[in-house]
Ligand binder design. Structure first.
Ligand code: AMP
Ligand code: MG
Length: 707
C-alpha cells in the first residue's frame, strides 16, 4: 500500500444549521500532515462541509498527495440489512439507495425520519430504527428500543462489539444519534465516491487509490480526549479536540501499522464495514500525546561528493539545506510563553482582523460618499465607540458620532474626519468630495478568518504574538528549543580567572559560542573544557549526546596528531571532513555522535565564529524546525582597498561608519579584538576582486546573523 500524505477527520452531525460561532453539534473537520494537525475547520451545515471536503480532495489530488479521509459514522449496517433493503448484499448499494431518497436543505432541514419510516416498513414488526423527537409522529418508528426484538437483524455490528461502542446504527434520537448521522452522512459519501480516484475502505481496493474513505470513531481515543480537555483551559469544544487528536494520531502511524489496521479485520467487515483502528486503541491513544520526537537524521546527512578538493561556500550550504530536518519534538504552549519558539504547524486565523467593519478615525458616520460641494446632515442621538457599539440603525441621510475603532453601525459605510466638520450638536456641515467607504476599515481587510496567519517554521517574534492574538489564537504547537552542547578542546586552555601558566591561554570560544546559541534562540548546554585526551573527550561527547540535540565543539577538528574530535568521529565511522573554500576557516569536522549531529569547529576564535555564523547557524536553524534563511546583507561603499585572489570566499570583520564599510586593520585569524571591534562581516565573493574605496561591498550586520 502507498502511504498517505494527508489525513482528514470529520466529526459529522445530523442536525440543522449550527450557530455562527464555533460550537459542538456542528461539523468539525481537521487535516493532519506529517504528524501535525492543522487548525480544525468549523462547518455550520452539511452542504458547507461537503463543499469543503470536495475542494480539499480536488486540491490534494491535483498536488499528488494521497488522502485518508475518516468519518465518524458507520459505513454499513449489521449483516443482512443491505440485502433486505436493496436486494444486494453490497453495502454501497445502501449508500446509493439512501442518496436517492434523503433530502437535505441549505439550512439542514431534512427528511431522515421519513426515510427511516420507509425502511422500517420493509421489515416485519416494529423497528429496527427507533427513537424520534416526539411520541406522536412517524407511527412506523417505535419511540423506545424496548419495543423491538432485533431478531431479524442484530442490533450492533461486529466492529461495534469489538470496539465496545454503546451506539447502534438504528438509534435515531437521543444521544448518541448515530442512526441519524448515518442517514445524513452516507448520501454525502455516495456523492463524493463519484469523484474519480475515491475508494471506500474496506469495500474496495485501497492500496493505491488517491483518496480513501474510512469509518473512524473518536471513542477509540477517549482517554486521550479526556486528558486533553482537562489540560485546556476555558471551555474547550470536545468535537474540535477530537478531530484534532484523531487526525494527528492517524498521521503519526507508520505505514506498516496502518496496513495492519486496514487488513486485520474479519470477513463480515466486507458487508458491515469496520472502524479503522478498532483493536489498536492503545497505540492510537499514545500517538495523541502532544509531544512527538521526530525521526532521526540519516547517517549520511553530512556526506560530501567524492573527489572535490575544496567545496565552494554555496555548495556546502546547499548540501546542509537539503540534508537536515528538524530534530526537536513538539508541544503546545500558551502564546505568552512562546516568544522565540518555532511553530511546528501552520497557524490559521480563527477570527478575521478586523472582525467587523469599523472606523479608522474619530468623526461622523453615514451612508455613501458625497460629491464636491457643501453638505449638511442631521445628527442622530447616540454614538458608536470602540467596544461600545451603537445598536440601532442610522437612517439614510443622517449621521452619527463615531470614534476610532468603533464597529460601523447599520446604515453607516463612510466616515468624515472630525477636523473636517462643523457641528452645533444637532447637525454636521462639511465639504465634499468624500469617497464611499472613506476612513473605514473593511472586515478581514488585514486577515480573513481561516487564512494562513503564520507558516510552520516561523520563529515567533513580538509582532507575531500581536498577529496571533488579533486573530484569536491563544495556544500554539511549537517545537521544543534546540539544545546545543558546547565543548572546548585543547591542552592549552584554562578557565578565565584561573591562574594561567606558560603556554596556557584562556578559553575564549566557549563563552562566545554559548552566548551565540542564546542569541539564536537555542538552549545552550555548557559541557566545559577537555584536554587533548581521546578517552576523556569520548566521555564528554557521550554526555553531550545525552543532554543535547546538537554538539558544537571547538578545536581539534583538523587532521593532526592532537585533533581528537575528528579522530573520534572518524573511529565511529561518522566523520566527514568539510574543506570549504572560505577564509577565515579550517576544515570542519561534521558527523553524528550517538545519532546527534556534531559541528566540529576550528579552535581559532575568528574562524570558529565565522564558521558558526555562516554554516552552523543555518544548519542548526533547520534542526530546530525553522525554515532555511540566508542572512540579509546590503551593499555599501567600501572605505578600504583590497586585492583578492580567486578561489575562496572571504569574510572580513567590518563595521559601517558614515555610510561606508570599514574593515579591521588586520586579517590575522587570532585577532579576537577585531571580532569585538566589528559590527558585522563584509562578504567578498569567490572570484578575484580588486576593491577600491567607494566600490560597493556586501555588508552583513551581526544582527542579520541573529546575534
Ligand atoms: P586547533 O583547532 O585545536 O588546532 O586550535 C587552533 C588555534 O585555536 C590554537 O592556537 C588554539 O590554541 C586556539 N584555540 C583552540 N581552542 C580555543 C579556545 N577555546 N579559546 C581560544 N583559543 C582557542
Ligand atoms: Mg587544539
Amino acid at each position: 500500500m502507498r502511504a498517505f500524505d494527508s489525513i482528514l477527520v470529520a466529526d459529522w452531525s445530523a442536525g440543522k444549521r449550527a450557530p455562527k460561532s464555533p460550537s459542538k453539534d456542528a461539523i468539525w473537520l481537521c487535516v493532519a500532515r506529517r504528524g501535525a494537525a492543522e487548525e480544525p475547520v468549523y462547518c455550520r451545515t452539511r452542504r458547507e462541509a461537503e463543499d469543503w471536503i470536495r475542494n480539499f480532495f480536488a486540491q490534494e489530488i491535483a498536488a499528488g498527495r494521497r488522502v485518508l479521509a475518516g468519518f465518524d459514522f458507520p459505513f454499513g449496517y449489521p449483516q443482512g440489512f443491505a440485502a433486505h433493503v436493496t436486494g444486494s448484499s453490497d453495502p454501497l448499494a445502501v449508500w446509493d439507495w439512501l442518496e436517492a431518497r434523503i433530502t437535505d436543505a441549505e439550512d439542514g432541514a431534512n427528511n431522515r425520519y421519513d426515510v427511516a419510516q420507509t425502511l422500517n416498513a420493509l421489515f416485519e414488526g416494529p423497528g429496527p430504527f427507533w427513537g424520534k423527537p416526539n411520541e406522536a409522529g412517524w407511527p412506523e418508528i417505535p419511540y423506545r428500543k424496548a419495543d423491538i426484538a432485533f431478531d431479524q437483524l442484530s442490533e450492533r455490528r461486529a466492529c461495534d462489539l469489538a470496539a465496545k461502542a454503546s451506539s447502534s446504527c438504528f438509534q435515531l434520537a437521543f444521544p448518541p444519534t448515530v442512526g441519524g448521522q448515518i442517514l445524513m452522512g452516507l448520501p454525502m459519501l455516495a456523492r463524493l465516491r463519484q469523484i474519480a480516484g475515491v475508494h471506500v475502505w474496506p469495500f474496495e481496493d485501497c492500496t493505491e487509490a488517491p483518496v480513501v474513505l474510512a469509518e473512524i470513531w473518536p471513542g477509540l481515543i477517549e482517554p486521550a480526549v479526556k486528558a486533553e480537555l482537562g489540560r485546556l483551559d476555558a471551555n474547550p469544544i470536545r468535537d474540535r479536540e477530537q478531530v484534532r487528536l484523531l487526525s494527528r494520531a492517524f498521521s503519526r502511524l507508520s505505514l506498516s501499522e496502518l496496513v495492519a489496521m486496514m487488513t486485520e479485520i474479519p470477513d463480515v467487515a466486507r458487508e458491515e464495514a469496520w472502524i479503522l483502528g478498532a483493536g489498536f486503541e492503545e497505540r492510537l491513544g499514545a500517538l495523541c500525546a502532544t509531544s512527538l520526537a521526530p525521526p532521526p537524521l540519516r547517517n549520511d546527512c553530512f556526506a560530501l561528493p567524492a573527489g572535490v578538493e575544496w567545496t565552494p561556500v554555496d555548495e556546502a550550504l546547499e548540501l546542509l539545506r537539503s540534508r537536515l530536518t528538524p530534530v526537536t519534538g513538539m508541544r503546545s504552549a500558551p502564546l505568552a510563553e512562546s516568544l522565540g519558539r518555532v511553530l511546528a504547524v501552520p497557524v490559521h486565523a480563527r477570527r478575521s482582523n478586523p472582525p467587523q467593519p469599523n472606523t479608522a478615525v474619530d468623526g461622523y458616520g453615514f451612508a455613501g460618499g458625497r460629491p464636491e460641494g457643501p453638505h449638511v446632515l442631521p445628527l442622530i442621538q447616540g454614538r458608536a465607540a470602540a467596544g461600545v457599539p451603537f445598536n440601532g440603525s442610522v437612517p439614510e441621510g443622517h449621521a452619527i458620532r463615531i470614534l476610532t475603532g468603533a464597529a460601523l453601525p447599520e446604515g453607516v459605510d463612510t466616515v468624515i474626519l472630525e477636523e473636517d466638520v462643523r457641528t452645533d450638536g444637532t447637525q454636521i456641515a462639511f465639504h465634499g468630495p468624500l469617497k464611499p467607504g472613506a476612513n473605514t476599515r473593511k472586515a478581514g481587510e488585514d486577515v480573513h478568518a481561516g487564512d494562513l496567519a503564520l507558516p510552520a517554521g516561523q520563529c515567533l517574534t513580538p509582532a507575531d504574538l500581536a498577529l496571533l492574538s488579533a486573530v484569536g489564537i491563544s495556544e500554539v504547537d511549537v517545537r521544543a528549543p534546540l539544545r546545543v552542547a558546547v565543548l572546548s578542546t585543547g591542552d592549552e586552555l584554562v578557565e578565565p580567572g584561573d591562574a594561567a601558566g606558560p603556554g596556557q591561554i584562556f578559553d575564549a570560544n566557549r563563552p562566545m559560542l554559548l552566548s551565540m546559541m542564546t542569541r539564536f534562540g537555542f538552549e545552550p548546554v555548557d559541557m566545559g573544557r577537555v584536554g587533548d585526551d581521546r578517552e576523556v573527550l569520548r566521555l564528554a561527547m557521550d554526555r553531550a549526546a545525552q543532554q543535547a540535540d546538537v554538539i558544537l565543539t571547538s578545536g581539534g577538528a583538523s587532521a593532526g596528531d592532537e585533533d581528537h574530535v575528528s579522530a573520534l568521529l572518524r573511529q565511529a565511522g561518522a566523520m566527514q571532513e568539510w574543506r570549504i573554500a572560505v577564509k577565515p576557516g579550517r576544515p570542519l569536522a561534521l558527523g553524528l555522535w550517538d545519532g546527534k549531529p556534531v559541528f566540529g569547529l576550528p579552535g581559532n576564535p575568528v574562524a570558529a565564529m565565522v564558521c558558526t555564523l555562516v554554516f552552523a547557524r543555518p544548519a542548526m536553524a533547520l534542526l530546530s524546525g525553522q525554515e532555511w534563511r540566508a542572512p540579509q546583507g546590503f551593499d555599501v561603499p567600501a572605505a578600504f582597498e583590497k586585492r583578492k585572489k580567486p578561489g575562496r570566499r572571504e569574510y572580513l570583520r567590518a563595521r559601517v561608519r558614515d555610510g561606508r564599510a570599514e574593515v579591521f586593520r588586520s586579517e590575522g585569524s587570532g585577532r579576537i579584538s577585531g571580532l569585538s571591534w566589528a559590527d558585522g562581516l563584509v562578504e567578498i565573493e569567490d572570484g578575484a576582486r580588486h576593491i577600491r574605496p567607494g566600490d560597493p561591498v556586501r555588508f552583513i550586520p551581526y544582527g542579520s546573523f541573529g546575534l
